[in-house]
Design a protein around this ligand. Structure first.
Ligand SMILES: [Zn+2]
Length: 72
């Protein structure tokens, strides 16, 4: 942790947007944090959903038993 963004007066800080890698204001003012914008947030959620769906489809060979213990 040798590269820390300096907090501003109101406690907000700038983080790196997970979607585009650009600066994102991490504060209550930014409703899309840690993303920099609504577009980036929606883009990331879409990518996550697609990835999740793909992984789930590939695990249909009995491997799910070890990853999802039955709760009963
Ligand atoms: Zn972004």
């Amino acid at each position: 942790m040798n590269k820390r963004p300096a907090p501003s007066a109101d406690g907000a800080r700038t983080v790196r947007c997970p979607a585009c890698g650009g600066p994102s204001l991490f504060s209550p003012q930014n409703a899309y944090r840690p993303f920099c914008s609504e577009r980036c947030k929606l883009h990331d959620l879409g990518a996550w959903a697609n990835e999740s769906f793909r992984v789930e489809a590939q695990e249909d060979d009995g491997a799910e038993e070890a990853q999802q213990p039955r709760l009963q």
